[in-house]
Design a binder for this molecule. Structure first.
Ligand code: RBF
Length: 214
């Protein structure tokens, strides 16, 4: 048996995801591996209590498209919140008679389900890059990782780095839990689901000025 000092130590705290809203955006390149990673992430989100209705999944063609998707989805989730707040005003029309809202408002308050609209607490960006014969791998890995980091720092919303940068098919298969050559591997998607709940919980708490006591 081999032992190693590498890897993630499980958190001693069990984070409660029941009040969190999480987005997953995934690329479609190397689809079988992507599917396994997304399933792993979703399973762990649900295990942590995130409601299925609070998990939003979008797809983009390739990993290069992930940063823009994350950025737009984060800002879109704030707009969604803004519009549901207006809906809850139940027909109050601040526009004049020509306002488009004047005809669309019914005066009936929006159903309670609209309350579940809240900005995303975290976004998981999932892609699988496998090194080929050209320089694409290097360029995409570099730009995507920098861009995803920038988005989380600029928006304050955790962006979980769910991008496998594999040098071979085997590496990708092992890291998605599909395994190969007798090695079962580990599904990193599961870690990303847990990281999203942990980071979403931390950021909410930090935003309220609450910090771990020593
Ligand atoms: N996207 C991925 O998500 N994973 C890949 O391994 C991958 N390899 C690519 C290799 C080449 C030669 C090209 C042209 C694109 C590749 N893409 C890959 C797609 C890329 O992320 C993006 O979707 C397209 O370049 C369109 O912007």
């Amino acid at each position: 048996m081999t032992s190693t000092i590498k890897g993630l130590v499980k958190s001693e705290t069990k984070y409660d995801g029941s009040d969190l809203r999480i987005a997953i955006v995934h690329a479609r390149w190397n689809k079988s591996i992507i599917d396994s990673l997304v399933t792993g992430a979703v399973n762990k989100l649900k295990e942590a209590g995130v409601k299925e209705s609070n998990i939003v999944i979008e797809t983009v063609p390739g990993s290069f498209e992930l940063p823009l998707a994350c950025s737009r989805m984060i800002s879109g989730s704030h707009i969604q919140v803004g519009s549901s707040v207006t809906d809850l005003l139940g027909g109050l029309n601040f526009g004049g008679p020509t306002s488009p809202k004047a005809t669309s408002r019914t005066g009936t308050p929006a159903p309670a389900a609209a309350l579940s609209n809240q900005p995303f607490d975290a976004v998981i960006a999932i892609g699988v890059l496998i090194k080929g014969e050209t320089m694409h791998f290097e360029y995409i890995c570099e730009s995507v990782s920098h861009a995803l980091m920038k988005i989380q720092l600029d928006t304050g919303v955790p962006v979980i780095f769910g991008v496998l940068t594999a040098l071979s098919d085997d590496q990708a298969l092992e890291r998605s839990g599909l395994g190969r050559n007798g090695k079962p591997g580990h599904n990193h998607g599961e870690d990303w689901g847990l990281a999203a709940v942990e980071m979403g919980s931390h950021v909410r708490r930090w935003g309220e000025g609450k910090f771990a006591s020593t």
